[in-house]
Design a protein around this ligand. Sequence first.
Ligand code: SF4
Length: 343
Amino acid sequence: MQKLLLQWYDTEKRDLPWRRTDDPYAIWLSEIMLQQTRVETVIAYWTRFLVCFPTVDALANADEQAVLKAWEGLGYYSRARNMKRCAEVIVAQHGGVFPRDIAALAKLPGIGPYTAGAIASIAYGVQTPAVDGNVERVVSRLSGIREDVGIPSVKRQLLRDAAALVPADRPGDFNQAMMELGARICQPVPHCEGCPVQSTCDAYAVGDADVLPIRQKKTPPKEQRRGIALIFCAGHVLLYQRRERLLQGLWCFPGFDGILEGMQVAAQLRTLGIPARYVACVGEAKHVFTHLIWDMTLLHFDAQHLDCPEGWLWADGEMLKRLPLPTAMKVAKAYAAQKLSMP
Ligand code: SF4
């Protein structure tokens, strides 16, 4: 099976920039970025991020806002904050070098068993598996695991099966080949007809690949309606820096859960010490997070003066461009940028 898969990988693999390096820092960066984002999107971000922060030292010493700015648009911003913390720990405790040891890697902020396995095998040639969602699907089919992979004992069996497959020779390439197979052939709807390891696959032999792996249904994301206040005053718009876990450290326009009426939002703003006159509803926007959907109504306000509470900021057009704002604010930001550019 290993030979068949590696032969296929050698001829069919996509030429991705992080496959041309053995720098653990660059490999780690690609793995973190790829966790929730498509390969095509990651290529440009990965390249740009390495220009801004070429080494683990550079990232450790960078300003967090600059890191968030370089991450802007990729989403799941805790990844960027954890990367910075991880770089600081590597510099402080490991002399600026990624450890080879799986257990030491897995202790670092933002690095779970999958990423630890990927770094150790790809950068250092350690014989260890790297099991993400794609690989989990492939292994469950190859081994014919027909129980819910969310059950801890079943998951442990799957991890043992995954570990048993990894060869001593070229473990990093093998792990990448498993990921590539999951991404391109052994997809949720499997394309067994073009699969290089078909002859070794239990699910193919039994004919139930399309129902594996068995996973309990996830609860759908909760919908939250929010009024978003775009408050303008003398060529500035009001922003606040989020302290909540979701989007922490990023700049947003103030949002109010369940309050969509301009006059009600104005009343809330007054209690925060921001007197503002409601002008009009100027649009709608939607953003889907993993567990949550923001269904946003955009409301335009005019304020009387440039005072604001601590942690808030009046931004002019330039600052609005420079500060890190999440993709959830994209429509609101475009409206604000357009208003600020008007004479
Ligand atoms: Fe996946 Fe089908 Fe290949 Fe088995 S034969 S590994 S189910 S694509």
